[in-house]
Design a protein around this ligand. Sequence first.
Ligand SMILES: [Zn+2]
Length: 198
Amino acid sequence: MCSEPHRTIAPRSGAAFTLDRGQRLTVIDPMGEQVADLLAFNRHDTAEVISSGRTLDYASRIYLTTGDPLYSNRSNVLLRIVEDTVGRHDFLLTPCSAETFRIIYGDTDPHRGCFGNLAAALAPYGILPDAIPVAFNCFMNVPVDAATGALTVAAPLSRAGDHVTFEAATDLVVGLTACSALQSNNGSFKPIHYVISG
Ligand SMILES: [Zn+2]
């Protein structure tokens, strides 16, 4: 991993790129406590996309880590987590959006959020906003009350340099952000680094 140059996603922005089957994507939190929303689509048929519902159903767990596959809406494995220095990520909550900031934060001139950043980055691949599902939220820390199911968006457990590495099980289009929601990132917006290898 260290031989490959890292790429930077600026705070509150996003990127899209392709991964070939067998390649690895390492998502790095360079400063700590920063979430990165990840989407993956089958490059040869972008109607196939990662599915939170199917993945959590098959895992019978909501916290995924090393060894866990991310399944598609057609129950094919698109990515596998092969390395994880944090062990706490979220796959329940939808990408933050202008609506998130309007409804939850009360912003009158809201940022477009991860949703808008993903939509813009994925548009050149022919992927429309309505095709964006729940993202795999790297480093997002969402504890759940076991009795009531109440969710809390807590500070990420990631520290500077922590990372999670995925291996592509097929050819993919990937969307990735440096998340734009204050609460998810313990109150400040930081960059995300990533490395593609293999
Ligand atoms: Zn976000």
